[in-house]
Design a protein around this ligand. Structure first.
Ligand code: VGL
Ligand code: ZN
Length: 195
């Protein structure tokens, strides 16, 4: 399984129980943990996460307070995942698996919306793609929030870049159920595997 990784998309408080609470979020967390449990033992203090057998990469929406996607700026969304707030934090059940090296931030520029985590960057300036490439990953499992937005766009970009992509369909949460179903069908048509 050395060539296999998990990408956890936006499992952040604002999408779970905050300003953009999504449907199925609690179940998505439970299902993600179940999958992680299956793939790896819980990390111990001092483990070198980037070199562990089953890397878990976290995509994080990370907006400035006046981000262009917020209604006050004419965007479609209520304020969410504002840098430095609780709403931008990874859910506590998943946080033990996260490291800065494997956390990829997106939407941090005021005037740019970024649904895909593909070009999210970590604190060292490496993109999600850079790190998957360095780790020699070929197969990527994807779970997270929201199916229709960041999960769809991240999975598509990964597929386009040549990875074999598996979306954990029980480990997703959505803004709109119909939109969730449509996104699943779009992904399937494009060769993303639903698992
Ligand atoms: C997302 C809407 C706005 C997502 C992020 O993570 O899917 N959706 N920002
Ligand atoms: Zn956002």
């Amino acid at each position: 399984m050395k060539d296999t990784a998990l990408v956890v998309v936006d499992m952040l408080y604002d999408f779970i129980d905050g300003s953009m609470a999504c449907q199925n979020a609690d179940n998505a967390i439970a299902q993600s943990l179940k999958f992680i449990d299956k793939m790896t033992a819980a990390p111990q203090e001092g483990d070198d996460v980037i070199r562990s057998q089953f890397p878990i990469l976290f995509v994080r929406d990370f907006h400035p307070a006046d981000h262009c996607s917020f209604t006050a700026q004419g965007g479609p969304w209520p304020p969410h995942c504002v840098q430095g707030t609780h709403g931008a934090d990874i859910h506590e059940a998943l946080a033990p698996y996260a490291s800065e090296e494997l956390s990829f931030y997106k939407g941090y520029k005021q005037d740019t919306e970024q649904y895909s985590g593909f070009e999210g960057i970590n604190e060292a300036g490496q993109s999600l793609y850079d790190v998957l490439d360095i780790l020699d990953v070929k197969n990527v499992f994807v779970c997270g929030i929201a199916t229709e937005f960041c999960v769809l766009n991240t999975a598509r970009d990964l597929k386009k870049a040549g990875f074999t992509v598996y979306v954990l369909q029980d480990a997703l949460a959505w803004v709109d159920y119909q939109g969730h179903l449509e996104a699943l069908s779009t992904m399937q048509k494009e060769g993303i595997r639903l698992q």
